[in-house]
Design a protein around this ligand. Structure first.
Ligand code: HEC
Length: 147
């Protein structure tokens, strides 16, 4: 009995570092992108009128985008090219200048969108469009969509 408990405790102790390692750059960058996905859904719903336009929510969405654009490029170390069901394309590491340009554009456009400081749906639509053009162009070049 004691032996079985001890074995279980040891097994847990051994598997723990593996669990920590799994929460690495791939999970982090996916989490950032999931946030982008949620914000884009809400923004699109506001622009369609599916949910009422809310200036504070719009401001928050644009601020989230800018924060995401800043944080995202820091999660692509060379040892994260594969694994963790990543959809990151090899081009990120094979064409570093292009990747840098795409991430820099995302930062510039999200900062510009924040600076536009929209207070109505029409203004938000412009800022939102400026940002979301990046989603498509970057995914086409640097994301391999699975499933
Ligand atoms: C500079 C490049 C770039 C931009 C800009 C970008 N993405 Fe991504 N996105 C990626 C890459 C690369 C992945 C794959 C990450 C991985 O799986 O490791 C990804 C993955 C995703 C995912 C899947 C996350 C998951 O669950 O695995 C969503 C959703 C997403 N992006 C939404 C967006 C939206 C919405 C925008 C625009 C607001 C956006 N992205 C802008 C590069 C970008």
């Amino acid at each position: 009995m004691m032996r079985a408990v001890l074995a279980a405790v040891l097994a847990a102790a051994v598997t723990l570092p593996a669990t920590i390692a799994a929460a690495g750059p791939i999970e982090d960058r996916k989490a950032i992108m999931k946030g982008n996905g949620r914000d884009t859904k809400l923004g699109a719903d506001m622009l369609k009128g599916a949910v009422p336009f809310d200036a504070a929510a719009a401001t928050k969405i644009l601020a989230n985008y800018a924060a995401a654009a800043k944080a995202f490029p820091g999660h692509f170390p060379a040892n994260s090219k594969t694994g963790g069901e990543t959809e990151a394309a090899p081009a990120i590491w094979d064409k570093p200048a292009d990747w840098k340009a795409a991430t820099a554009k995302f930062q510039t456009d999200t900062a510009a969108a924040v600076a536009m400081n929209p207070t109505d749906a029409a203004g938000f639509g412009k800022a939102f469009g400026l940002v979301t053009a990046n989603c498509k162009s970057c995914h086409e070049a640097f994301r391999i969509k699975k499933g």
